[in-house]
Design a binder for this molecule. Sequence first.
Ligand code: FES
Length: 279
Amino acid sequence: MSESDKYPAESGRRRFVKGVVGGAALAGVGATGAAAINSATQASGAGGGATQAYAIENTDGPAPRGMPQIPVAIDDEGYLKGVWPEVKTEKQGGISIQIAETENFKGSGVTYTSEWFQYCGVESYAGLEPDYDSENYFRVGSNPGYEWQSETYSEGDRLHVDDFSNYQTWTGGMGEAVGKGATGRWRSEDAEDIIPIQVIKSDRVMELAQQDPWIEASTQDGFIAWLNKCTHFCCVPQFKNEGSAKFGAENDVYCQCHQSVYDPYSLVQTLFVARPRPE
Ligand code: FES
């Protein structure tokens, strides 16, 4: 990770970006964000700016906000995919650019866009290009986060729902059996930079989906997924991570770099300034 990939450590902005924010806060952060983008990048690039994303909540540690969700889909054969927004062409500053955006995602009222993932340098990854050629499956990476994955899969295999069937008893060796996790990659085949993701199947997700239109739209059969890049300094956290128990986070997602904790069963709206994609 290069220095420039790191998210700026701004303590002053944190109070604006955490949790659900109102219009006034959005306007305030938008103004700050424009200035930040102008000073942080030479070229204006595509997209970026004040963005509201749904995220798994950051509950402890220095991370400024939650990690953004990736809506889940399951194909006819039971393989897990991350939904990519619709690719469109839009005029920005008189120039036609491609964006990836779905308004009113599955009738939830939420606008889902690729800007949710534009932080920590991910904005420059090939997989974030709107028209990157991908089937959008979640695939096992070179260094899976869990032993069960190494026993079940080879690198590049697609995650399959059947392999989560013991999710009600699985503990990953710690804490309670609250759901079964897997790590993986998304939209990264043949790409230099890997987009890390994490998936959990849990009854808790099914319960949440009954109470909220967005969660119903973005999860399926108890599966939830998110971009697995800590919003602090871009490390890759893990659900039921070794070492998390010391911080009371054995049932949460824990980033061992600086002890940030995320609750995958609390989904919140976050506001942040998405970085523009390179031109
Ligand atoms: S807590 Fe610092 S990178 Fe995750």
